[in-house]
Design a protein around this ligand. Structure first.
Ligand SMILES: *Cc1c(COP(=O)(O)O)cnc(C)c1O
Length: 392
């Protein structure tokens, strides 16, 4: 059976060109880039080229890019190392209520270790409240960490404005840009970003590789201790194939960004329009326009998310309710609760995230099947029956 893969926010397919670029670094140029002999120089040169490519996309300097083991590691590093290095200035951190768990659970960890965290709320569309953010800043605030774009509802945050606020109050600004990097334009100088996390596998690159951008002058220490790799800031033998793969994926994504954004927006908007018009008691979660080109997230009243996903799976459609990390738990998404949805509605959510490989036929097939599934599930729901009777 052919799968229709609409879970690109969870992970993506490695592009053939990416795999092709990586392969020689497994089998031919397998040298350790930290070694002296010229054979290892091949991998070192390629790695430095990859670093420069990624720096170029972000408007950063190559020496400000550090390779890590992925988005979660970069998020942990940014928060924990900033907390440690700047504890003398203060122990207060500001973040948002809709962050990825790599940020939220790290904040909870820091709270257990003597730090204070303020969780700034978002509006009904999932956009951070800037006035609340600025009011939360105190003399002991050391860091603001707000994601660039949300992984569940796709809302894009006003990074430039957040960066301006952080700069004005002399507080560092970190952004989890895992969903945004190479998907939408980002520039660390224009947006006053001091630290940024990104990941390979959300951009058609390999899993287990990520980067952290650290602005020159931010004096955070190492998170993984050991060897002297990454200017002594991230120990561990370099994942050279992963590094090459992530840079290749980023380069392709960056070159085709405008074209891909336009294509994905067209599909996304068609999906949203059809669902809202053809499925009664459905709603779109997240901002209609300030949203990632590949993201659609809906709630359907009187529907339980899990049953909907299983039925979609039987039709070969891969979607998710909330994030990959929370599926399997029965708690409703913290993001949907943060935008003000009641529990019973948040339970019936569906996230569909497309890619440049998704076609219009895929979208139409998905909506056709989804309509049938929702009708079928509702026909079995006594609550829905009562509700429809009352409407009449
Ligand atoms: C996927 C994701 C992460 C985690 O990245 P990994 O590379 O899988 O560790 C962090 N933040 C956001 C917003 C994500 O979507």
């Amino acid at each position: 059976m052919k799968y229709i893969y609409l879970d690109n926010a969870a992970t993506t397919r490695v592009a053939p060109e990416v795999l092709e670029a990586m392969t020689p670094y497994f089998t031919e140029y397998y040298g350790n880039p930290s070694s002296i002999y010229s054979f290892a120089g091949k991998s070192k040169d390629a790695m430095e080229e990859a670093r420069a490519t990624i720096a170029g996309i972000l408007g950063a300097k190559p020496e400000e890019i550090y390779f890590t083991g992925g988005g979660s590691e970069s998020d942990n590093w940014a928060l924990k190392a900033t907390a440690e290095a700047y504890a003398g200035k203060g122990k207060h951190i500001i973040t948002s209520t809709i962050e990825h768990h790599a940020i939220l659970h790290t904040c909870e960890y820091l709270e257990r270790h003597g730090y204070e965290v303020t969780y700034v709320g978002v509006d009904e569309n999932g956009i951070i409240r800037l006035d609340e953010l600025e009011q939360a800043i105190r003399p002991d605030t050391i860091l603001i960490s707000v994601m660039a774009a949300n992984n569940e509802i796709g809302s894009i945050q006003p990074l430039k404005e957040i960066g301006e606020i952080a700069r004005k109050h002399d507080v560092f600004f970190h952004t989890d840009a895992v969903q945004a990097f190479a998907h939408i334009p980002l520039n660390v100088d224009e947006m006053n970003i001091d630290m940024l996390s990104a990941s390979g596998h959300k951009i058609n690159g390999p899993k287990g590789i990520g980067i952290m951008y650290i602005r020159k002058g931010v004096k955070i220490g190492s998170f993984i201790h050991g060897g002297a790799q990454e200017r002594k800031r991230r120990a561990g033998t370099h994942n050279v194939p992963g590094i090459i793969g992530m840079a290749k994926a980023a380069q392709i994504a960056d070159e085709k960004m405008e074209e891909r954004m336009a294509y994905e927006c067209k599909l996304r908007d068609h999906l949203i329009e059809r669902v809202l018009a053809e499925i009664p008691y459905s709603r779109l979660n997240g901002d209609r326009t300030r949203r990632l080109p590949n993201n659609a997230n809906f709630c359907f009243r009187f529907i339980e998310g899990e049953s909907m996903l299983i039925k979609l799976d039987q039709k070969g459609i891969c979607g998710s309710s909330g994030s990959a990390c929370t599926s399997g738990s029965l708690d409703p998404s913290h993001v949907l609760l943060a935008i003000g949805l009641p529990h019973e509605i948040a339970h019936g959510s569906l996230r569909l995230t497309i890619s440049q490989e998704t076609t219009m036929e895929d979208i139409d097939y998905t909506v056709d099947e989804l309509k049938k599934i929702i009708e079928q599930l509702r026909s079995m729901s006594p609550l829905y029956e009562d509700f429809v009777k009352k409407q009449k």
